[in-house]
Design a protein around this ligand. Structure first.
Ligand code: SF4
Ligand code: SF4
Length: 107
């Protein structure tokens, strides 16, 4: 059985990266925060109307949190396989759109 991909901190502690595996585009407000913090260019903003399974009534557009809600754009995972599992994107996402999980090391 293969083991999980793990890393080591500079101090020698083991840690397990949690790689991005999903982005909830129905909750996404297109704020771009994940895009800005990602060190690996995993994300790309796209026109919401280009997403086949979304329509204009699907997104959560309440703006009680004060964040931009330019609902014409939505974030997408263009290069998910480049993710290093740092989880910086989830720390800044105001809508909790992003999901992560450890990955199995190649056999
Ligand atoms: S976990 Fe890190 S590398 Fe992966 S998508 Fe998020 S910010 Fe980018
Ligand atoms: S930080 Fe969250 S809400 Fe903002 S663009 Fe990224 S996924 Fe969408």
């Amino acid at each position: 059985m293969s083991e999980l991909i793990t890393g080591v901190t500079r101090g020698g502690e083991s840690w397990t990266p949690a790689f991005i595996n999903a982005l909830n585009q129905q909750n996404c407000i297109g704020c771009g925060r994940c895009y800005k913090v990602c060190p690996r260019e995993v994300f790309e903003l796209v026109d919401r109307e280009d997403i086949d399974d979304l329509d204009d009534d699907d997104y959560d557009d309440d703006d009680e949190d004060g964040f931009s809600d330019d609902t014409s754009m939505v974030m997408s995972l263009m290069n998910a396989l480049d993710c290093i599992g740092c989880q910086a994107c989830s720390k800044v996402c105001p809508k909790k759109c992003l999901s992560h999980e450890p990955a199995q090391a190649a056999a």
